[in-house]
Ligand binder design. Sequence first.
Ligand code: NAP
Ligand code: ZN
Length: 350
Amino acid sequence: MNTTGYAALRCDAPLEPFSFERRAPRPNDIAMEILYSGVCHSDLHQARNDWGWSSYPMVPGHEIVGRVTAVGSAVTRYKIGDAVAVGCIVDSCMSCDQCRRGEEQLCRANATQTYNDRDRIDGTPTYGGYSKHLVVREEFVLRVPEGLDLSRAAPLLCAGITTYSPLRTWNVGPGSKVGVIGLGGLGHMAVKLAVGLGAEVTVISRARDKEADARALGADHYLVSSDTEAMAQAASRFDLIIDTVPVDHDLTTYLPLLDVDATLVIVGVVGPIQGTNTVPLLMGRRRVAGSPIGGIAETQEMLDFCARKNILPECETIRMDEINGAFERMERADVRYRFVIDMASLPAAA
Ligand code: NAP
Ligand code: ZN
């Protein structure tokens, strides 16, 4: 079917209206109308080719919520009208050890990304959620639990799962002391989710101006990373730090905050980290790790957890034609705390 969306045609061009084809559903596909699409910093990175693997035209968007409009003949889990969601991946080999244990994001043959990738079967480009319609194989579709506000749920599909997964991997629960570096889209979800899991949470930000917000989100403490005295006082405080900073930065500032054997998990910067001094790493037997999104089962678990605990992102709803301004604001860290595009603002024909 023909559909419409917004695409980057080059790395240095603003996004613009774009018409394209979505495949007819295969037997195991669902088709959905997209109602809301979250704006992740990764969309900005990829639209601008910050990571060096972008191809164009690119329709970004991997925080997608909508309703099923058609199902293939072999689909068993969904029916027309169901509230569904799609995150960062739309396919994987489904047969390697990682896929078999529900960690499709770690697929040995590389999971297929929702956009800026190629379909595994016909090789056509994948186009993301800044569009009216999507066709996805049913195994990569999530169910939006009843009671979760559709207009705010979309950011859970990337910002939510990317922070929930390390919290679960490192067994965060009551008594855990968690630090969150950077209070943006991922950071504010990390705070809400860690609080929901029962942890004591500290936001580590560059400036004082988000302190009231951090506390309203549930954080117990607030650290300004340039306040050397407060940072020294917080030495060895944390069991886990989630680092959401989107650009290269020196980890040396943060490593002393970890307890012995504790871990700083990088979910933000994609690329080289330079200048880090390993002394605090070695001396405290501290660890640095990375973590990409989460598997499909864990994503569903996170959605169900959010519905149960009434955890939702703080969203600023925008029209599709406001996306370029939203990107600029995101670059200035002027987002409180996630832009969500209301797809009803996009005309059916470009
Ligand atoms: P965001 O909403 O722009 O938030 C990033 C936050 O980091 C900002 O609010 C700011 O917080 C802090 N920050 C920004 N620039 C900084 C700088 N120059 N130095 C230090 N801190 C800075 O971005 P996001 O959507 O949360 O995404 C964050 C990163 O995660 C992006 O790089 C994105 O590509 C990546 N990501 C990774 C995964 C994964 O699977 N691992 C998934 C999604 C996104 P303060 O003002 O509080 O300092
Ligand atoms: Zn994302």
